[in-house]
Design a protein around this ligand. Structure first.
Ligand code: BGC
Length: 859
């Protein structure tokens, strides 16, 4: 069902109606015939007719012009029919493109709330923020599956589970679109890693695709009725998403009946005819391929039909009419640019998503009356880290850091000691005492050829290390050679960093290349540790190839324990309780590069040092998913994961620490002990030698050939908890897990013993708050299919309900299971199927703790 604002915008003036009546009837019949049961309802005959009338006034050239964006973030105007350009903005955690904004806990944090109502509220707020800035298209939500913890954009996506993704994405989309703003589900499809995202092919069998990677898009279209979808950069099974017949024509527009606009990701289009004929409606941000140069001759020679172009234009026109973009200004003065109400939503999101993972001895909640001194230590304590990096990065008006949030709540009687705990990266580079001068050879090429200029310097990276620099494409490669002598025995940390797109580097120690993840677009700074004896010397060489922002490379070595600042150790020892704020930020985790599984450099040492100085150490981690905690987890009593909590994160952390808010976040992804144990680990990088060659011809440019790297999704259906529960092994913290300051119990499961396959089956149970404070529990329902003909994951999430309970209170929950809850994708019949027989229904508070279970036979 479309919402009120949209249904109102479907009416049309009587004069236009009379003018259009003849075509109106025919169109309505065609649309009705095309609509499937689940597909979004077709537009009214009036809109259909007006869109056709507008189309009829356009020349072929004008129509083609509408297929490409302008000025980075707008659709193309068509003055002949009074069509202005329409404005877009990113999206996932705030309406970020047009200046400062409210920055929310979005993406994975939204999934950690497991709260459909909150998802709607967040969508509505983003919709209002968009209207306050005249934005027509919100370029979100990102609904890809978090397959691997190191994937750079997990924080913008949702979870490892298609059911959870679908459940939150539908109300989110409805919330955005209820404000008269088009939401865009992205990145369609299988953009599950940032590594080589433009070139790599995600190679997946159809069943895995249908069961794991497509359902959240399917729900966005068939239930959320999203009016735009964005194709991803990557290829799927050897074909770029923007020209992928299977994804775009067969599934999205065919089976799901998508009637909206399919746009490309920014510069994700690779072929004029291929894209035009395989479903792409809008090439963003500019028409490099879908332009008159590429498409006029194609229409002339019949390789692209004019009706195909018309269909794309009609999709835009219908959306414009459906949303009333021509009838009212998009900038709605009723919506505030700076909104106090939105700040409350941002706070709610942070509060609902913070996930308590460890609380030994009931250290939390803290009692402010018993704390005289609190030490707040770590690189993420201040300034506030609101979100990850890249196109989603929203500039918050006034973000609250963990330091200020805690200090505000603790009040004037608590002494607050703050230390960053670690040096800034540049200081590490600058302060490295190399053994003698560092030699630098600068080559006038990207491959160390040509005559180098040589120089000596005392440190590497003694420039202001900026994340982005002015565009400078001068080809340069630099070779640094230096040696480092350990003054004392112990562990040393070598850090190297470059951060301009297109740059790359490798580091050799004593002639041996150190292993780094392969990088293509920028990189999260890797580091290595060495156990050295006193006087031992390392001969270090770094080979750096500059990217598009000049030379931005730094490297340094430090005795690891010396990285931890003296004041951090002293403050930790002097305080009653210590909060260490660590994890990732927009520099170490973001779009365009994957991240490390290890915490950023020095943080393990920092946490160890603080925990050694004070047993009351609470670790707070920021990041889009799991990370390596092995070095110190057993030494700290409390651990909270706060995702990227948006601008109110500091206040929310304080409220949770002091028990003003009972933590209620639940993991939307399994947390692994190590990256190596994640099921996607063996399958993450492209298979060597598997690439076919691809030929790309951009109108007006030289053709380019390149070899497609193929990423084989050999982990298949066994993503996240599906792997853990099927193999009977255990991750560090399971999917769905999260502690509370109270306790809950589950009882009285009621489900039919047998039922007809395909009918709706109600499952009921009680959830009781058995503790002494109010709290929220997420009751999770998993279905197993032990008698299936096909091999299925041991259990799959098919329902959940967030329940808020006063102490001692019980609520009865009923979850209706539909046909899809029991189905799997039959690869030979190419359809969803239910094998009659035994199923098991399990209910509990995580994928591994399901105290209630019942057998059910489907006939
Ligand atoms: C991102 C998209 C984003 C677009 C516009 C691309 O780099 O992949 O998610 O919407 O930029 O900023």
């Amino acid at each position: 069902m479309r919402n009120l604002k949209q249904s109102l915008s479907r009416s049309i003036s009587p004069i236009t109606l009379v003018f259009l009546l003849p075509i109106l009837l025919g169109c309505a019949l065609i649309a009705a015939a095309q609509a499937s049961a689940q597909a979004p309802a077709p537009d009214s005959p009036a809109i259909e007719a007006q869109a056709h009338a507008m189309l009829a006034k356009l020349t072929l050239e004008e129509k083609i012009d509408l297929l490409g964006g302008v000025d980075g973030m707008f659709t193309h105007p068509a003055p002949a029919i009074g069509l202005p350009r329409f404005k877009m903005s990113d999206a996932s955690v705030g309406v970020r493109t047009w200046g400062p904004t409210t920055a929310y806990a979005g993406g994975v944090a939204l999934a950690a709330t497991w709260d459909r109502e909150f998802a709607r509220k967040l969508g509505e707020s983003l919709g209002k923020d968009a209207r306050a800035r005249g934005v027509n298209f919100l370029l979100g939500p990102g609904v890809n599956i978090a397959r691997s913890p190191i994937a750079g954009r997990n924080f913008e996506y949702l979870s490892e589970d298609p059911f959870l993704n679908s459940a939150v994405v539908v109300p989110f989309i409805q919330g955005v679109q209820s404000q008269g703003v088009i939401a865009t589900a992205k990145h369609y499809a299988l953009n599950d890693q940032e590594y080589n995202r433009h070139n790599a092919s995600s190679d997946v069998d159809e069943r895995t695709m249908r069961e794991m990677y497509l359902p959240s898009f399917e729900a966005a279209v068939t239930k959320g009725h999203v009016d735009a979808v964005m194709n991803s950069y990557n290829l799927v099974n050897g074909v770029h998403a923007t020209q992928n017949d299977f994804l775009n024509l067969k599934v999205l527009k065919g089976e799901w009946g998508f009637q909206g606009i399919l746009m490309s990701d920014w510069d994700a289009t690779y072929d004029s005819v291929g894209a035009a004929n395989n479903g792409l409606d809008l090439e963003m941000p500019s028409p490099r391929f879908m332009n008159t140069k590429g498409l006029l001759p194609a229409v002339k020679d019949g390789s692209v039909k004019e009706s195909t172009i018309d269909d794309k234009v009609l999709r835009l026109l219908r959306a414009v009419l459906r949303y009333g973009f021509l009838d009212r200004p998009q900038l709605d003065p009723a919506d505030s640019t700076y909104s106090v109400a939105d700040r409350a939503v941002a706070l709610d999101g942070a509060l609902e998503s913070i996930t308590l993972l460890k609380n030994d001895g009931g250290l939390l909640p803290l009692d402010p009356a018993r704390i005289k001194t609190i030490a707040i230590i770590g690189p993420n304590a201040w300034p506030a880290v609101t979100g990850g990096g890249g196109s989603s990065e929203a500039q918050a008006f006034e973000p609250v850091s963990i330091l200020t949030g805690i200090a505000n709540l603790a009040g004037p009687n608590v002494r607050v000691l703050y230390s960053r705990g670690l040096p800034e990266m540049n200081d590490l580079f600058r302060n490295t005492r190399w053994d003698g001068p560092v030699k630098v050879a600068t080559y006038p090429s990207r491959d160390f050829t040509g005559k180098p200029e040589t120089a000596t310097v005392s440190s590497i990276g003694d420039f202001r290390f900026e994340r982005r620099g002015p565009r400078d494409e001068t080809p340069r490669s630099l070779r640094y050679t230096a040696s480092y002598k350990a003054v004392k025995a112990g562990t040393y940390l070598l850090l190297a960093a470059s951060q301009t797109w297109g740059s790359d580097f490798k580091v050799l120690v004593d002639g041996k290349q150190l292993e780094t993840p392969p990088h293509v677009e920028g990189q999260a700074p890797p580091f290595w540790t060495f156990d050295l004896t006193a006087g031992q010397t390392l001969n270090v060489e770094a080979d750096y190839v500059s990217g598009f922002g000049g030379v931005r490379f730094g490297m340094g070595i430090a005795y690891e324990p010396d990285l931890v600042t003296e004041d951090a150790r002293n403050f930790a020892a002097a305080a009653d309780v210590v909060v260490v704020a660590a994890g990732f930020d927009g520099f170490t985790e973001g779009e365009g590069h994957d991240r490390t599984f290890a915490l950023p450099w020095g943080q393990d040492a920092l946490i160890e040092a603080v925990a050694a100085a004070n047993p009351h150490t609470i670790v707070i981690l920021t990041g889009g998913g799991g990370m390596d905690t092995r070095r110190w987890l057993a030494k700290v009593p409390a651990l909270l994961h706060i995702w990227y909590p948006g601008q109110e994160g500091g206040t929310a952390v304080a409220e949770v620490l002091f028990g003003k808010h009972n933590p209620e976040g639940k993991l939307p992804v399994s947390f692994d002990n190590s990256w190596e144990e994640n099921p996607s680990f063996p399958w993450y990088y492209p298979v060597k030698g598997a690439g076919a060659s691809l030929h790309v011809t951009e109108p007006g440019r030289e053709p380019v050939d390149y070899v497609i790297p193929h990423v084989k999704y050999g982990d298949g259906l066994l993503v996240g908890y599906r792997y853990w529960t099927t193999t009977g092994k255990h991750p560090l913290y399971p999917f769905g897990f999260g502690l509370s300051y109270t306790t809950f119990s589950f009882s009285k499961l009621e489900a039919p013993a047998s039922a007809a396959a395909g009918t709706t089956i109600p499952v009921s149970f009680d959830v009781t708050n058995t503790g002494s404070v109010a709290g929220a529990e997420v009751a999770q329902l998993y279905v197993s299919d032990p008698s299936a003909k096909a091999t299925r994951p041991e259990r799959e999430l098919k329902g959940f309900e967030k329940v808020r309970l006063a102490p001692g209170e019980t609520k009865r929950v009923t979850i209706d299971l539909d046909a899809r809850s029991f189905s799997y994708w039959d690869s030979s019949a190419h359809k969803w199927t239910i094998d009659p027989g035994k199923f098991v229904i399990r209910v509990g508070d995580s994928s591994e703790n399901t105290p209630l279970s019942a057998d059910l036979t489907l006939n």
